[in-house]
Design a protein around this ligand. Structure first.
Ligand SMILES: Nc1nc2c(c(=O)[nH]1)N[C@H]1C(S)=C(S)[C@@H](COP(=O)(O)OP(=O)(O)OC[C@H]3O[C@@H](n4cnc5c(=O)[nH]c(N)nc54)[C@H](O)[C@@H]3O)O[C@H]1N2
Ligand SMILES: Nc1nc2c(c(=O)[nH]1)N[C@H]1C(S)=C(S)[C@@H](COP(=O)(O)OP(=O)(O)OC[C@H]3O[C@@H](n4cnc5c(=O)[nH]c(N)nc54)[C@H](O)[C@@H]3O)O[C@H]1N2
Ligand SMILES: [Mo]
Length: 728
């Protein structure tokens, strides 16, 4: 079918949806839950905590979004039936769609799958037996053959305990989902500024007069950021959107908490450029060239605060417009228009998400953005800066507290002091390297604190095979997802049910993408069951494996004790020590730059050369995306409201490509990728730049092989070569 007339984002539909959701679990119960002092569970814009559930970092109320409701309602709905696994064979479980797995209910009891055992499905296991089995298998595992993965929903306390335990146990094989997400941002920012996170805080957005939004769809994925963009437009500021797809929610958005905007909508994009996927480096080199040609570089700023700028500017000047236009897919005129709007603005913020990081040129993309920001003096001043729009609600925190294979020297030294023992020195695996090691039979134990590692991977067949070589896999999860049934260990797979953050008996902390640390009060379980706190499970494991060595792990069940260690070990986190008592939420020190003095040895930022990436010519470039109705691999709704796409087994093509390929809207085709094919995919013709195609993640992971960014190790989920094979 043709894409239905796209609707603008937000608005009454969102509100209608909210009301319908509320009745699934009872409006009063939901309202009370949404108002507790807990950080929002969905994206990392950050909300809630001590100011109350619907208040943002600047104290604005009410901040509501469909996503937080979806996530909250999902945790409050029924429990997984007692006889669920008795009724379903493994084959049946493997056939569940992501939505069916999610809808089957909250995990409320531990289960184990033993390969080759009778019954061929998961069986109930008591907590004590589950923990004993886990501890025994870990004791029999060489440290280098164990790996620990964390998604970004867990608390800082659980994350810190997990990585501490892993390192005391003897391995640096500690990683989080950011290797499939914003790692390129961390690496690029660190190279340019010496710190790997946003250079600004939330309030800076209200001081800017231009936001450049590249490769991000906040209308669906960070709805609360839309309030900021809408406010910016109402103040007379501008938004430049750079995106191969015309996202209707970025053209016009109805902010639910602003009456006028709710009714009439707010125009968001002032300028909308549609490059080729992966064309951003070329586009940004073009912007730099146009700035130089027009004498709009901030040369004084560059001289005072930036290293290496002359060579980079010279390179941009030497690039030909012909190449820039061909590689970016954007006209010279549009590129010059973008450069002028940036140069004319008083204070510019550059924000981006997966459209920039999910490429083999992920780090180059971030550096190319940074070059333009520095060339125009837009970092290190109020209202300006670099803003990676983070994914999971605590992915930044989990990384900050050390759930990553490489530790800063200071953190390593602090851990050695705190635990009185040398930390392992052998380099740990990043996420993809860990799966490669698994494939080669180098791992015996994988612990996954949340997430869906299997479904997040490129090439799902490969992911099943690789994970199938690991002897024992242990998942700590709130809900079922297909990863539990496909990412099975060679011998055993344990699934342990955990409490969500608003159910935890103790307070926990989370870090937003603006470097702000929140305190969540916790609460009581939404449903009856045997779920346990993540931190308690890790301490129990540590105690069983290591006894009282080198610390009393039982004492660390107390989050105040864990926070004392975080305060000692993690730079900028001193204030976390007493947050349990003072409830004083805080901005991490040393991260936000309101003067152009950066975290580098000479205090200066650096510009880097960004070579243009090379793409396969005969293929369409596939971007794998999120729909309006999903959170990562968790699918809440089959249709995609804002893009007007009816279901998840569709491919979005430009009219020009459809014509060239001889297919029409509504046709069913087979899509072939480097890892596999998907048949019976419906063609949708819509507002996407010719040469590109879009399909939904995680389903489309069946198609794509991992081309890895050499600098950040991130798979190219947004520029995978595909071919339309035949009519199904
Ligand atoms: N509701 C909801 N919220 C979420 C999530 C969710 O799944 N659902 N996931 C969370 C997580 S973990 C993350 S990381 C974020 C993800 O947030 P986003 O990065 O916004 O999510 P994606 O759907 O991956 O889409 C990226 C956007 O980039 C564009 N794009 C793709 N390739 C390119 C390119 O080469 N260049 C440019 N300029 N643009 C490109 C796409 O058209 C799309 O609009 O959202 C977080 N928030
Ligand atoms: N093709 C393609 N692949 C991609 C992407 C893409 O755009 N395209 N995006 C990538 C990105 S940006 C990311 S971040 C990864 C996502 O990678 P992950 O973070 O690994 O995956 P999620 O789907 O977010 O994990 C969802 C599961 O987390 C569990 N969970 C939820 N809340 C909690 C909690 O509070 N505690 C615990 N212990 N468990 C919980 C539930 O069991 C739920 O099913 O996928 C990556 N993969
Ligand atoms: Mo992400």
């Amino acid at each position: 079918m043709a894409a239905r007339t796209p609707v603008s984002g937000g608005g009454l539909r969102a509100i209608r949806y909210t009301v319908a959701k509320a009745f699934e679990v009872g409006p009063w119960r939901l309202w009370r839950r949404m108002n507790t002092h807990n950080a929002c569970k969905t994206c990392a814009v950050g909300m809630g905590g001590q100011r109350g559930g619907m208040v943002n970092e600047s104290g604005h109320f009410p901040e509501v979004c469909k996503k937080s409701l979806q996530a909250q309602v999902a945790d409050m709905k029924g429990a997984l039936p007692r006889d669920f696994f008795k009724k379903h064979s493994l084959a049946e479980l493997q056939a569940l769609t992501p939505k069916a797995a999610e809808d089957s209910g909250r995990l409320v009891y531990p289960v184990i799958y033993r390969r080759g055992a009778r019954g061929d499905t998961f069986q109930y296991i008591s907590w004590d037996n589950a923990m004993e089995h886990w501890a025994n298998s870990l004791r029999a595992t060489e440290p280098a053959r164990a790996a620990f993965y964390a998604s970004g929903r867990s608390s800082n306390e659980a994350g810190f305990l997990l990585q501490s335990f892993a390192r005391v146990f003897g391995t640096n094989n500690v990683m989080n989902c950011s290797y499939y997400c914003h790692q390129a941002s961390g690496v690029g920012l660190k190279m340019a500024y010496g710190t790997g996170t946003a250079t600004l805080e939330l309030d800076d957005i209200s001081k800017s007069d231009l936001v450049v939004l590249l490769g991000a769809n906040p209308a669906s994925n960070h709805p609360r950021l839309m309030t900021q963009l809408s406010d910016l437009r109402r103040r007379g500021g501008n938004v430049i959107v750079v995106n191969p797809i015309r996202e209707s929610g970025l053209e016009n958005f109805h902010v639910p908490s602003q009456v006028r905007s709710l009714l009439f909508g707010t125009k968001i994009a002032t300028m909308y450029l549609q490059p080729l996927a992966g064309g951003d480096v070329a586009l940004l080199v073009g912007v730099l060239k146009a700035l130089a040609e027009r004498n709009r570089l901030q040369t004084q700023y560059l001289q005072d605060y930036v290293n290496g700028w002359q060579a980079i500017v010279a390179e941009a000047q030497a690039a030909s417009w012909e190449t820039i236009v061909a590689q970016s897919g954007v006209t010279q005129n549009e590129i010059e228009g973008m450069a002028t709007m940036i140069a004319d603005a008083r204070a510019v913020i550059f924000a981006w998400a997966m459209g920039l990081t999910h490429h083999t040129s992920g780090v180059q993309n971030v550096l190319a953005v940074s070059n333009v920001a520095l060339a125009t003096g837009n970092v290190g001043r109020p209202g300006t800066g670099m803003l990676p729009i983070r994914g999971h609600s605590n992915v930044q925190g989990v990384g900050s507290v050390g759930v990553s294979p490489a530790l800063q020297d200071a953190v390593r030294a602090a851990l050695e002091r705190l635990y009185g023992k040398p930390m392992p020195t052998a380099p740990g695996y990043d996420t993809h390297a860990m799966l490669e090691a698994a494939e080669q039979g180098k791992l015996d134990m994988l612990v996954a604190l949340g997430g869906n590692l299997w479904g997040s991977n490129p090439d799902l067949t490969w992911a099943s095979t690789a994970m199938g070589q690991i002897k024992n896999i242990v998942y700590l999860s709130t809900k079922l997802n297909p990863g539990h049934f496909h990412g099975l260990g060679a011998e055993t797979t344990l699934i342990l049910p955990v409490l969500a953050r608003d159910e935890e008996p103790q307070a926990t902390t989370q870090e937003s993408m603006f470097n702000f640390v929140r305190l969540s009060d916790g609460g009581t379980p939404n449903i009856k069951g045997q779920m346990r706190a993540e931190s308690a499970i890790i301490c129990d494991l540590a105690q069983r494996v290591l006894g009282d060595e080198p610390v009393d792990w039982q004492r660390l069940r107390d989050h105040n004790e864990v926070r004392k260690l975080i305060a000692e070990a993690i730079p900028g986190w001193r204030a976390v020590e007493t947050i349990g008592q003072t409830k004083q939420e805080f901005t991490i020190t040393g991260r936000v730059f309101h003067t152009p003095k950066f975290n580098t040895s000479d205090g200066k930022a650096t510009m880097f050369s960004t070579p243009l990436p090379i793409f396969q010519e005969d293929a369409l470039r596939l971007m794998t995306l999120r729909s309006e109705g999903q959170f990562n691999t968790v699918v809440y709704e089959e249709h995609d409201l804002y893009r007007g796409i009816p279901h998840r087994y569709c491919i979005l093509l430009a009219q020009a490509d459809a014509t060239r390929l001889g297919v029409r809207a509504g046709d069913r085709v087979t899509v072939r990728g480097e890892a596999g094919s998907m048949a019976n995919i419906e063609v949708v013709v819509g507002r996407i730049r010719a040469g590109n195609a879009a399909m939904y993640y995680p389903e489309a992971n069946a198609l794509i092989k991992a081309h890895i960014d050499p600098l950040s190790k991130t798979p190219a989920f947004k520029s995978a070569p595909i071919w339309i094979e035949a009519h199904a």
